[in-house]
Design a protein around this ligand. Structure first.
Ligand code: SF4
Ligand code: MG
Length: 330
């Protein structure tokens, strides 16, 4: 089947300090290349996991795909329609089908609004529920996420973290979207609550026929929820492939390093241990060539000069590393 979402060469650049003061001070403008020509697709019904250290551009990528941030260049095709440059009014209508669940349910819920108002607001904004029907739709959605109609009149502070995330999920799903970005949806929750929310997201996906782009820095979470995984480093996807293959036998040194930092999940895994040294370089001054070369134990001369391209690396998998090109050539 054709992909639900097809992203090609997506670029998102921010120009920082190019304001008047900086021009007067003659500081050079700084460029933050948050998403650096990224391509991937998501099949209907699939969960694509997106993993990487914080600051690698995962959230910016997801928000740019939803056009909550404007793309600098590239293309985003959603359900066969190029949405990269459609007018915002048209995008607003489409947003019913593309929603996002945020990391911090508390920060993303208006503390002065009741649950009924919060979850009902998208329906009201999009004018898709008749007057008398709004409350019923909210109650039905609350039931879907494990809350009760008795919760309608309560405010966010009256709920636990897990319940608040349930409210955030209800708000995201009330418009019947087909594609949902889950941006670190359990990272702010206690470990005991994380499993409940992950299970709920899985149930809702099956029952409502959803497709997820699931962002997390936690490999355990990503391994559990994803059909395929994309690994991001400083604005690039460096490896992408089916979850089991990628976690059991990663190809890219960065993926190996990420996995080496956590205990072996699978006894049959053939993972080579790679120690991740040093901090993530500033995305304002990314290293030349392969951006990972400053931390890669296998770095060669060519790595400092030339950026490796994402190329086929086994069935349904892609990776960007000069080592793999050498292996394939040999
Ligand atoms: Fe390491 Fe070179 Fe591969 Fe980059 S291209 S991951 S520096 S071996
Ligand atoms: Mg983030």
């Amino acid at each position: 089947p054709p992909p639900l979402l097809d992203v090609r060469n997506l670029e998102k650049v921010y120009h920082l300090n190019d304001g008047l003061l900086q021009r007067v001070m003659r500081e050079p403008p700084r460029v933050l290349r948050a998403v650096d020509y990224v391509s991937f697709s998501v099949q209907p019904g699939e969960t694509l996991g997106l993993i990487g250290e914080s600051g690698c551009g995962k959230s910016t990528l997801a928000r740019t795909v939803l056009r909550l941030h404007e793309p600098t260049s590239g293309s985003i095709v959603f359900d066969g329609k190029d949405i990269t440059r459609i007018p915002l009014a048209e995008m607003t209508a489409l947003r019913r089908r593309m929603q996002i669940i945020f990391q911090d349910p508390y920060a993303s819920l208006n503390p002065r609004k009741s649950v009924e108002q919060i979850v009902g607001l998208p329906l009201a904004l999009h004018g898709v529920a008749k007057r008398g029907e709004l409350r019923d739709r909210v109650v039905a959605m609350l039931e879907n996420v494990g809350l009760k109609s008795g919760h309608l009149g309560r405010y966010p502070h009256q709920f636990s973290g897990g319940q608040r995330q349930r409210i955030g999920i209800a708000r995201a799903l009330i418009l019947n979207p087909s594609f949902v970005v889950c941006d670190e949806p359990v990272s702010a929750l206690d470990v005991s609550v994380q499993a409940q929310i992950i299970a709920l997201l899985g149930t809702l996906k099956r029952e409502l026929g959803l497709t997820y782009l699931f962002i997390s820095h936690d490999i355990g979470v990503i391994g559990h929820v994803s059909d395929r995984v994309a690994v991001m480093y400083l604005g690039d996807i460096v490896e992408i492939g089916p979850t089991r293959a990628l976690l059991n036998a990663p190809s890219h040194p960065y993926t190996k390093a990420l996995l080496s930092a956590v205990p072996q999940i699978d006894a049959g895994s053939r993972r080579e241990r790679v120690k991740l040294t040093g901090d993530l370089p500033s995305p304002l001054a990314p290293p030349s060539g392969c951006k990972f070369h400053t931390r890669c134990p296998f770095a060669m001369d060519v790595c400092r000069r030339e950026a490796p391209v994402l190329r086929k690396n086994g069935r349904d998998a892609l990776a960007a590393c000069h080592l793999l090109e050498i292996e394939h050539a040999a």
